[in-house]
Design a protein around this ligand. Structure first.
Ligand SMILES: [Zn+2]
Length: 556
């Protein structure tokens, strides 16, 4: 008799079957191999954009961003001329742990985005990425922090992204492995010593390693430098995760199921697509003093031609640009990149129709009159401008490779539905795999990635992983692609809690044991909308701390 009443979710940010399956088949990842053989698995299609905050939020709410209101790390501010990090106050939906609580289930939530400040759950919270560096109040209940420090050897919360800012891959990798050992121990401690019905842990470090080490493991990557000590970093990190999963499997009882999932997959990144350059080249965007154009060259150097750039900036007399870089790092600044915040003061808004305020969100905004601070596009021209930029984007061919750079461009109404669609970007740009949108400006609209240490050479791709095992799982089956919105309803069903009617996803019945499906109906219900969380005023210090952390990870 199949029964399940508890679920543990292990989230592996950025995990892809493209790496896991071959390594599992070669015997390098025995636990993944066992999960693939004994559980139910499928590719899991992420949100648009396939980005950490909206993707985890869609997994946890079962809804598209038009309903939960999380599109990016940031939201625009100042009529489009600035941006602010999102907080839980921006979230407009219950997540699966809140719903489980309402139906009397205890939940533990560990390292998910948008969990700082930690909410007061029936259960416990350790907040995750997007927590300001240096804060002490990252757990609920507050005393959980002391408990973890007492019981987890070498416990620390903060991620050290500073090594990336100087392109020190060795220091970054060492820190990543140490942090994962700590977080695995933390997970197993909470698993064993806390009461929970739903335990959802997320490990973010894999995503970062794949961003920065891809070209070092892939001999066919254009920036592959030959064999280095870093060639197997991504594999060894997978093996560390494989051991963590073995630890969970060893502790599963007959009533507990295991879901291993990622928020999006990963693939190699060969070229940056400098969208603001392209918008300027095509006349959608105008820079002040464009004729002299030292700005473009100067900005473009940051992170792309980093080594020579500080000197050339000094020669160009652009005093404001070197301030991007802390003084002690000026000699080696590969990770620093020009951000929209630095570019915005130099945009001639009176000649700008379209711009990109945040490349990780893959969104373009129309400089719409009445909405943007210095909008010029009349509302009656909005549709025409959207269609014009979409058509032009779809024609871009990389002269070096002959490949199309942009795979699809979506109007927000085409991909989102719900009360908060208007908070999405006007257009969402899906690049072809191996091209990545960035918001800095440079010498050309398409430039090769990985020319300096500390540049990203791994990219997100939409297809992530879904692996259900343990109690309630169907045995040994490969399923067609699931949607990331299916995660929350599937978890609720496995917890024996009603699925919420306003969810976009559905219970992934193909992944569930037929005996359980026969014995347990899919119940549905609809809770009243949650009260909006009062926006806690974020201090400038906290905001800068979050921005500093995101910048270190390359998420400007
Ligand atoms: Zn992610």
């Amino acid at each position: 008799m199949a029964s399940v009443s508890r679920m543990v979710v292990v989230g592996l940010d950025g995990a892809t079957f493209d790496l896991i399956k071959p390594w599992a088949a070669e015997g390098k990842l025995p636990t993944f191999a066992r999960l693939l053989a004994e559980g139910a698995h499928a590719e899991l299609r992420s949100t648009l954009p396939a980005l950490t905050p909206p993707a985890w939020t869609s997994a946890a709410t079962g809804k598209n961003p038009g309903k939960h209101n999380v599109y990016n790390f940031y939201k625009v501010s100042g009529g489009g001329t600035g941006k602010l990090p999102l907080t839980p106050a921006d979230l407009r939906s219950r997540r699966v742990w809140d719903i489980a609580n309402v139906y009397g289930k205890r939940a533990g939530v560990v390292h998910l985005p948008l969990t700082y400040p930690p909410e007061h759950l029936d259960g416990f919270v350790v907040s995750g990425i997007m927590t300001p560096k240096g804060v002490e109040d990252y757990t609920f209940p507050p005393e959980l922090r002391d408990e973890l420090q007492a019981h987890v050897d070498g416990y620390r919360f903060d991620v050290d992204a500073d090594a990336l800012k100087v392109g020190d891959l060795r220091a970054f990798a060492e820190d990543a492995f140490e942090l994962q050992r700590i977080q695995t121990a933390e997970m197993l401690y909470l698993f064993e010593h806390k009461r929970w019905d739903l335990l959802w842990v997320m490990f973010h470090t894999l995503d970062k390693l794949q961003h920065f080490f891809w070209h070092l493991m892939d001999p066919t990557h254009p920036a592959h430098p030959g064999a280095t000590e870093f060639a197997d970093v991504v594999l060894r990190f997978h093996q560390l995760l494989d051991e963590a999963l073995a630890g969970v499997l060893a502790r599963l009882d007959d009533d507990t199921g295991l879901l291993v999932m990622s928020d999006h997959g990963s693939c190699r990144l060969e070229s940056y697509f400098l969208i603001m350059n392209w918008l300027e080249d095509t006349g959608f965007l105008r820079m002040k003093n464009a004729a002299r154009s030292p700005l473009k060259r100067a900005l473009g150097g940051m992170g792309i031609e980093a080594r020579g750039i500080v000197q050339s900036l000094r020669r160009a007399g652009l005093g404001w640009v070197p301030r991007l870089v802390p003084g002690r790092l000026k000699a080696q600044v590969p990770q620093a990149r020009a951000s929209f915040a630095r570019i915005a003061p130099h945009v001639d808004w009176s000649g700008t129709r379209v711009y990109c305020p945040s490349a990780p969100g893959s969104g373009l905004r129309v400089n719409l009159r009445g909405r943007e601070a210095e909008g010029i596009v009349a509302p009656e021209d909005y549709d025409r401008v959207c269609e014009e930029v979409r058509a032009r984007l779809l024609t871009i061919v990389d002269p070096k490779t002959g490949r199309h750079v942009v795979h699809a461009v979506h109007r927000r109404e085409e991909i989102y539905a719900g009360p908060y669609v208007d908070n999405g970007a006007d257009l969402l740009v899906e690049t072809t795999d191996s091209y990545c949108l960035i918001e800095g400006m440079g010498p050309a609209a398409i430039v090769p990635a990985g020319q300096n240490d500390g540049e990203r050479t791994g990219n997100h791709r939409r297809e992530g992983i879904f692996l259900l095992a343990g109690a309630g799982a169907r045995r040994g089956v490969a399923l067609p692609t699931l949607d990331i919105c299916d995660v929350a309803p599937t978890l609720l069903y496995l917890l024996d809690v009603p699925v919420q009617q306003d969810m976009d996803g559905a219970v992934a019945q193909g992944a569930i044991a037929p005996e359980l499906l026969a014995a347990r109906d899919v119940r549905t219900d609809q809770l009243a909308a949650p009260a909006e969380v009062a926006a806690t005023e974020m201090s400038d210090q906290d905001r800068r701390a979050i921005e500093g952390m995101l910048e270190g990870l390359g998420y400007l």
